[in-house]
Each structure stands twice: as structure tokens, then as C-alpha cells.
Design a protein around this ligand. Sequence first.
Ligand code: ADP
Ligand code: ADP
Length: 233
Amino acid sequence: SSVIHLEQIRKSYFIGKNELPVLKGVSLDIFKNEYVALMGPSGSGKSTLMNILGALDTPTSGKYVLSGHDVSRMEDNELARIRNQEIGFVFQQFNLMPRLSALENVAVPLIYAGISKRDREEKARLMLEKVGLGDRYKHKPNELSGGQCQRVAIARALVNDPSLILADEPTGNLDTKTSIEIMEIFGKIHASGNTVVLVTHEEDIAAHARRIIRLRDGLIESDKLNEIREAVS
Ligand code: ADP
Ligand code: ADP
């Protein structure tokens, strides 16, 4: 079944009376356990589309159904609930809470889910082990490397068992070697049944995905299986 169903999504920004159309009718389906890279030149609408996919913003018109929920018709409070339940976010800047330990950062989404402290910590610990940071759970973000911070962010994204993982330039702040390690983790996340959509402008990073969607001027320019990746796996 579709995790993401988009029908003729349009999004305009209004600057005074001037309408700036950014998404001009984007339709697509992403199914369970797909691994999609979203590419396109700067200004093509990738971030705008990711914000809509992440229920951070609503389209000007069109329909978005996320795991059976019609997100395009939701009020802000409902959107917040859906975001927390259905989506795990990974950002370029990690967006960790600086005063919280790795463990506490990973446990944050579970607070909203109403889970007891003991269970939160147990789950968070398990997730940190999954991303290879089991021994660093007490460390704060400034005591961790960029790659380790991104592992914490990935663990946080996974802890609620969301139906969709959205990653916006997740290796944008990392060196090549660390980027490859992070992409290996995304590979494992996908292999364990998750649905992953990541934005990148790097072909080497997109090459890890199974499907590559290219945006241009607010429209889908191409949408193809990644044949190289299909052949080697
Ligand atoms: P990309 O992520 O592909 O670089 P964006 O979605 O960030 O593209 O931006 C697409 C276009 O929308 C750009 O022309 C950008 O300047 C414009 N834009 C993005 N966000 C806003 C905003 N909040 N207000 C006005 N214009 C915006
Ligand atoms: P950029 O790609 O421009 O560096 P980010 O990827 O960090 O921006 O953030 C993309 C959008 O998500 C922004 O609009 C930001 O306000 C929002 N955002 C950032 N952190 C979170 C978070 N933890 N939960 C929900 N939304 C967030």
C-alpha cells in the first residue's frame, strides 16, 4: 500500500500580491519499503516538497494521503500528532538538543507518545545500539563527532517506529568517509523494512537509493528505478 500518495500538489508562496508558484502539480506514490532519493537543482522545490511530505507545511491545493491519513485537510494540531506518529526526520544540521545526552535526545519523541521513562530509556538504548552508538549514550552532542551526532538523530527518527523516514541532505555536513558510514546505516534501515525518502544533490549519495525522482521547476522531470543499485544488490 502507499505510504505517500500525492495528487496534483501545488504550492505557491505569496510575496505581497505576487504569487510565486513553487510546486506546479506533483503527483506520485511511494510504497512501503521503498528507498527514494529526491534530486533536482537548487530552487526546484525539493525543500518545499519535503516540508509537505513531512506535514510541516500544507499544499496550496492538491491531495496528500500519508499512510491512509488525508494530511492535506488537517488542522495544525492533527498535523503535529501525525508528524510524531508517522514520520522520523533526519536533518543536515542534526537538530539535536545540546543539553540532553544522546539517550535523552533519542527518547524525546517517546515523551509525546506517553511512554514511561523506564520504557523510553530502554527503547532509546536499543536504538542507539542499532546505529552503533551503544557505548556513547551518556554523551552530549558537543562530545560527539558529526557522524556520531547523525547516528543519534537517526536513532531518534526510528524510535517511534514511524511509517516514513525523511532525510534532508543527511550527509551534507559530513566528510566522505563518514557519509559512506551514514549511508550504510540508511541501507540497513531500508533493509529492515522501512520506507526512506532522502533529499540530496550528490549523485554518489543518490546512488544508494532504489528509485530516483528528479524535480525541475516545480515538476517531476524523471522518476526511475536506480538500475545500477538494482543490479549490484
Ligand atoms: P530547493 O530545496 O530545491 O532548493 P526550495 O523548495 O527551497 O527549493 O525553493 C523553491 C523556490 O521557492 C525558490 O525560488 C525559493 O526562493 C522559494 N521559497 C522557498 N521557501 C520560501 C518561502 N518561505 N517564502 C518565499 N519563497 C520561498
Ligand atoms: P535546511 O535544509 O534549510 O538546513 P532543515 O532541514 O534543518 O533546514 O529543516 C527543514 C525544516 O524543518 C525547517 O522548516 C525547520 O523549521 C523544520 N524542522 C527543523 N527541525 C525540526 C524538528 N526537529 N521537528 C520538526 N521540524 C523541524
